[in-house]
Design a protein around this ligand. Structure first.
Ligand code: SAM
Length: 286
C-alpha cells in the first residue's frame, strides 16, 4: 500500500463532535468500528456511559456503523450541551454565529456556567460549549486561550470556527432521533444496557491519574472498584473499557483480557503506549 492509502485511512476518521475533550476517544473510531463489525452489532446500539465529547459515538452513528447511540454524562453542564444540541440545534447554531469572541463575553459565559440556573439547558449548554471552545485545552475550569489580557500567540477565537461548528451541529441534528441523552451515574447506564441484546458498551471513565484536573467530577477509588464489580459481573454483555495504564487496572480486572495501546499513535513519532483496554469475555476482539 502507498503512503496515500495510509493517509486515506487516517482521514476516514470522522470529526463530528463539537466539543474538544482532553483525552477524547474519537481516534478510536477505526478500532471500535472493527469491533462493532466482528460482533455483528451494525444494527445495534452503542452506549457511552462516560461520554464527554462523545467523538467515537457520533463518528460511528453518522457513518452508519451502528443504528443508535446513548450519550450519558454525570456532569450537568455537559449533559445540558448535548440536550441543547439535540433539541435546539438551530438556536444553538444561531448563538454560535453571533457569539462575541471576547474576554468580556468569556467572563459572562463563565458566570452562567458557574452560577446560572441548572435547568435552563440552552443557556447552560451554550455556556459550556463556549468555554470548551475558548479555554486552553478545552478544560472547563481553565483560562481563555491567549490569557485574560490576550497577549498569547493564539487568541480566544483560535478554536471557534463558526462554520465548522455549525456544520457539525447540523449533521448531528439529522440523527437526533437515533440519539439518547442521559444524565446519570455511568453505573446505572451499564446496569440498564448490559441486559440488552445487540448492544455494545464502551466505558471511558475518568482516569486514575490526572483525572482530577481535567474533569469536573473526578472519580474516587470506590467508584473505580464499583465499576469493576459491575463490569466483571456482566460477562454476558459486550463491553470494553479504557483507562490509563496503571497497575490498579490489572488488580481490578485480573480475569479479563487486557491490551496496552497508545492513543496518540503516529507513524512519524515513537510514542509511549500508556493506555489500556479491557474486554468482556463475550466480546469478539478485533
Ligand atoms: C475520560 S472522560 C470521557 C472522554 C470521552 N470518551 C471522549 O471521547 O470525549 C470521562 C467523562 O466521565 C464523566 N463522568 C465523571 N464521573 C461520572 C460518573 N460517575 N458517571 C458518568 N459520567 C461521569 C466526566 O464528566 C467526563 O466527561
Amino acid at each position: 500500500m502507498t503512503n496515500s492509502g495510509t493517509d486515506m485511512r487516517h482521514h476516514k476518521k470522522p470529526i463530528i463532535s463539537p466539543l474538544r475533550y482532553p483525552g477524547g476517544k474519537a481516534s478510536l473510531y477505526t478500532r471500535l468500528r472493527a469491533i462493532v463489525r466482528a460482533n455483528e452489532l451494525t444494527s445495534g446500539t452503542y452506549v457511552e456511559p462516560y461520554a464527554g465529547g462523545a467523538g467515537a459515538a457520533l463518528g460511528l452513528l453518522v457513518t452508519g456503523q451502528v443504528r443508535r447511540i446513548v450519550i450519558n454524562d454525570l456532569d450537568q453542564a455537559i449533559y445540558a450541551f448535548w440536550k441543547a444540541a439535540i433539541r435546539e440545534p438551530r438556536e444553538i447554531s444561531r448563538m454560535i454565529q453571533k457569539a462575541d469572541l471576547t474576554v468580556a463575553e468569556w467572563s459572562r459565559q463563565k458566570d452562567i456556567y458557574l452560577n446560572g440556573p441548572r435547568d435552563d439547558y440552552l443557556s447552560l449548554g451554550f455556556a459550556t460549549f463556549f468555554l470548551n471552545r475558548t479555554n486552553r485545552s478545552g478544560v472547563l475550569n481553565g483560562g481563555p486561550i491567549g490569557g485574560m489580557d490576550q497577549t498569547g500567540k493564539y487568541k480566544i477565537d483560535a478554536r471557534f470556527n463558526r462554520e465548522t461548528l455549525v456544520e457539525r451541529l447540523r449533521l448531528i441534528s439529522l440523527y437526533s432521533k437515533k440519539i439518547t441523552i442521559t444524565n446519570t451515574d455511568g453505573l446505572n447506564i451499564i446496569k440498564r444496557y448490559s441486559k440488552r441484546e445487540n448492544t455494545l458498551i464502551y466505558a471511558d471513565p475518568p482516569y486514575f491519574e490526572k483525572a482530577g484536573s481535567l474533569y469536573l467530577n473526578s472519580f474516587e477509588h470506590a467508584h473505580h472498584s464499583s465499576l469493576a464489580n459491575c463490569l466483571n459481573g456482566a460477562g454476558e454483555a459486550k463491553w470494553l473499557l479504557t483507562y490509563d495504564n496503571v497497575p490498579t487496572v490489572a488488580e481490578l480486572y485480573p480475569d479479563r483480557r487486557r491490551e496496552i495501546f497508545s492513543l496518540n499513535y503516529s507513524a512519524h513519532r515513537v510514542t509511549k503506549a500508556n493506555e489500556i483496554m479491557v474486554f468482556s469475555d463475550s466480546l469478539v476482539v478485533a
